[in-house]
Design a protein around this ligand. Structure first.
Ligand code: SAM
Length: 162
């Protein structure tokens, strides 16, 4: 997305950056939500919010096997319409600024969003969930069992695969 140096609020500062290097992330699918504009999106998802769909691309369908065991899962996504150059931000536009890393704003150098969502059901390569806050069509980066749900079940760490 092209960055606009003029579209910043009083007190905000931006970094003048070389084009981003490719971190070689792979999108694993897309997220379908009822939120068509940023204004439609909640600031954070609600576990009782509307149903959304994590649509995993074909090579990764079997990578979902076992996920049904978890009531809540962690979703990572790429907030693709965000600018990426703000060092300080004024989320309310009132001139009161905070550092980007002290905010959960979508505007950050690597616009990764995370949400813990309620898993409603699996439909093949699609996970139906509640609890998201992102635009329809947001690229999907990763899906993990919610760490709280997983920690009590985790076995002693094996020697390989970290
Ligand atoms: N829950 C995530 C987190 O905490 O990392 C994201 C929180 S962020 C405050 C959520 C906001 O990002 C939404 O309210 C919307 O304004 C914006 N947003 C949602 N999807 C986006 C997208 N694909 N690109 C850019 N901004 C997006």
């Amino acid at each position: 997305m092209e960055q606009d140096s003029t579209d910043i609020r009083p007190g905000e500062r931006l970094a003048h950056l070389a084009p981003a290097e490719d971190a070689c992330l792979r999108f694993i699918g897309r997220i379908a939500t009822p939120f068509l504009t940023r204004e439609d999106c909640p600031r954070q998802g609600d576990l009782d919010g509307p149903v959304c769909r994590l649509e995993v691309d074909p090579p990764w369908s079997d990578a979902l096997d076992g996920i049904e065991a978890f009531e809540t899962i962690e979703v990572l996504y790429w907030l693709h319409e965000s600018r990426r150059d703000l060092i300080t931000q004024s989320p309310r536009g009132d001139g009161q600024t905070r550092g980007t890393f002290s905010l959960r704003s979508p505007v950050r150098p690597n616009p990764i969003g995370t949400s813990c969502v309620r898993l409603v059901r699996r439909e093949g390569a699609v996970l139906v969930v509640r609890g998201l806050d992102c635009l329809d069509g947001t690229p999907l980066l990763d899906i993990k069992p919610d760490r709280c749900a997983y920690t009590p079940q985790v076995a002693e760490k094996a020697a390989d695969h970290g």
